[in-house]
Design a protein around this ligand. Structure first.
Ligand code: SF4
Length: 373
């Protein structure tokens, strides 16, 4: 069975953008010694990732830094060529390498970056940024008056009102939240079907994150956008996303509807992520990460302190096995397929604990999962 991980919980809404067995390897620049020996090293950044973004739904892709989630977004945006796998837009396979084809693709699939200040040109006004996006994608109207109307509508859509207060401002005259709203408005200028939001609130003050997430949720509902929400914060995924995928060291290891996955995490890595996330119900002392890791260690989870593996030479079998408190012999050699957890629509985990023939699970009297094709 393929190790592919299907991203979607069951749902009947139309698939807008999908990736099938998406893989990206980056060659590492070779030292002279390696050139002489003819050896080459490769970063295995994304491995066999399959996901589906549906109309009017938010899919969160959660993982720690370096897990490959931003690379997935750039592959889906066709900013990086993929090593293998397929990307389909409205069911049609697409591969673009710049030029007109890229422009046509980016009209349908827009990427929002983490740092709104870096993504806006400091020498141009809001009017310039939004007007350019509207004109490039053919949404600027037939004359100046129609362009002005479209500009005002864009700003109103992202709640920067009254629009005339913002149109002629430069990025440095705006707050971080306002800049990210302008970046979102610029993406909407293309009138896209899918938004890829790469950590869209992680550089904003905590006090304004919720406002930007609520804006994205509102856009999802009103415009029926398919949104990929990339984050390292699993708590925000629970709040904001309809379904959640968890990524570790280049692979997606668990997926399902956000409520089920965060309330009943199945994969040991997801449990570690949730245990490490701040929880208002636990109190300040318990939320301290080193304390939390210590408590995991006290439970025999000594490897909780370990670093994620090198993606140049990733561990064989399950990539989480060097850190996993429940690792078994087969975890070190065999890549786990995904198994249906059976507790919610589409909830699955790529973990041998859920294999039908897993002796530990059978002796504990737990129901065994079925591999999902
Ligand atoms: Fe741990 Fe094995 Fe499951 Fe990987 S497959 S998470 S090593 S139990």
């Amino acid at each position: 069975m393929s190790e592919s991980t299907i991203a979607s919980a069951s749902g009947t809404t139309a698939v807008v953008l999908e990736a099938e067995a998406l893989t990206k390897h980056f060659p590492v620049r070779r030292a002279a010694r390696e050139v002489v020996k003819g050896t080459a090293r490769t970063v295995h950044a994304v491995e066999q990732v399959t996901l589906r973004l549906r109309r009017g739904r938010v899919t969160a892709l959660v993982g720690e830094s370096g897990s490959g989630k931003s690379t997935v977004a750039r592959l889906l945006a066709q900013l990086y060529p993929r090593t293998s796998g397929e990307i389909r837009l409205h069911g049609e396979p697409v591969t673009v390498r710049g030029g007109r084809k890229f422009r046509a693709y980016s009209k349908k699939v827009q990427l929002i970056f983490q740092d709104p200040f870096a993504s806006l040109n400091p020498v141009h006004t809001v009017r310039y940024h939004l007007g350019r996006a509207l004109k490039i994608h053919g949404n600027g109207g037939r004359n100046r008056a129609e362009l002005e109307t479209a500009l005002r509508e864009l700003l109103t859509r992202v709640s920067l009102t009254p629009p005339e207060r913002y149109l002629d401002k430069f990025p440095h005259e705006l707050s971080g939240g306002q800049r990210q709203r302008v970046a979102i408005a610029r993406a909407l200028g293309a009138d896209p079907d899918a938004l890829l939001a790469d950590e869209p609130v992680s550089m904003l003050d905590v006090s304004i994150r919720l406002g930007v997430l609520n804006l994205l949720r509102d856009l999802k509902e009103r415009l029926q956008l398919a949104i990929l929400y990339i984050t390292h914060d699993i708590a925000s995924a629970r709040y904001f996303a309809d379904e959640t995928l968890v990524m570790y060291a280049g692979r997606i290891v668990e997926g399902g509807d956000s409520e089920t996955l965060t309330q009943h995490p199945a994969h040991p890595y997801t449990r570690l992520l949730i245990d490490s996330a701040p929880d208002p119900d636990r109190g300040a002392h318990e939320n301290d990460l080193p304390e939390k890791v210590d408590s995991l260690a006290a439970l025999g989870k000594d490897n909780a302190r370990a670093e994620p593996p090198s993606l140049i030479d990733p561990p064989a079998g399950c990539r989480f096995h060097p850190r996993c408190p429940q690792a078994m012999a087969r975890c070190r050699t065999e890549v786990p397929p995904r198994f249906d957890i059976g507790d919610g629509a589409g909830h699955w985990a790529a973990c041998w604990l859920y294999a039908v023939d897993d002796p530990a699970r059978e002796s504990a009297g737990e129901p065994a999962g079925e591999p999902v094709s």
